[in-house]
Design a binder for this molecule. Structure first.
Ligand code: HEC
Length: 183
């Protein structure tokens, strides 16, 4: 999310509660606030982010009352406009890489010069600004959005996706409906 490893470690070290918690979590290490332990902590946290029987799962299992009308309208838009062609599977995303800007390139703030996505791994020009289509489970709980970390509103992120990935201008109501579904 637009933070360098050094920046992450400086931030953690500047917050004494974190230093204490890292000592507790990694008791056999003299200086536990290191990048690898930070990664382990996030991994352990993410493993708790399971959403068994979320309303969406209940709906898929046949409980048609699990989503309200606005959420159902959002789901319909999510499928009909094409969001689900990239964000699909059990985590509603995370299955594949796609260019950010299939139809229209987002502005430079959303395509940071320091993070060109898959290009860093493959060095192929066609992989510039190719990113994993983010899994969208719990997405309402994890601002900021995109690899640039510049977008703090889910509604705005949905609008950006419509323009850049699908070439459509979603109306205010459509954005609200999709956000209701994502929540
Ligand atoms: C062509 C593939 C594609 C389509 C179509 C698409 N997305 Fe995305 N989406 C992506 C990629 C790739 C990213 C990651 C971009 C990044 O991290 O910079 C992303 C990121 C997002 C994010 C930010 C998630 C996060 O955790 O930062 C949201 C929200 C989102 N998409 C919603 C939607 C919605 C809603 C639609 C339909 C209107 C849509 N997407 C259509 C590929 C797509």
């Amino acid at each position: 999310m637009n933070a360098t490893p050094d920046h992450v470690l400086n931030t953690l070290n500047s917050m004494s509660d974190y230093v204490v918690m890292f000592k507790k979590a990694f008791p056999n290490e003299a200086s536990p606030v290191i990048f690898d332990n930070f990664a382990k902590a996030i991994e352990a946290f993410e493993a708790t982010l399971i959403t068994p029987a979320a309303p969406f799962d209940q709906y898929l299992e046949g409980d048609t009352t699990a989503l309200n009308d606005q959420q159902k309208a959002g789901l319909k838009l999510f499928m009909q406009t094409g969001c689900s062609s990239c964000h699909n599977g059990i985590n509603v995303g995370g299955q594949d890489y796609f260019p950010f800007g299939v139809i229209e390139r987002p502005g430079a703030t959303l395509l940071p010069a320091s993070d060109k996505g898959r290009y860093a791994v493959t060095k192929a020009a066609s992989d510039e600004y190719v990113f994993r289509a983010a899994p969208l489970r719990n997405v309402a709980l994890r601002t900021p959005y995109f690899h640039s970390g510049q977008v703090w509103s889910l509604k705005q992120a949905v609008g950006v996706m419509g323009e850049t990935q699908l070439g459509i201008e979603l109306s205010d109501k459509e954005k609200n409906d999709i956000v209701a579904f994502l929540r």
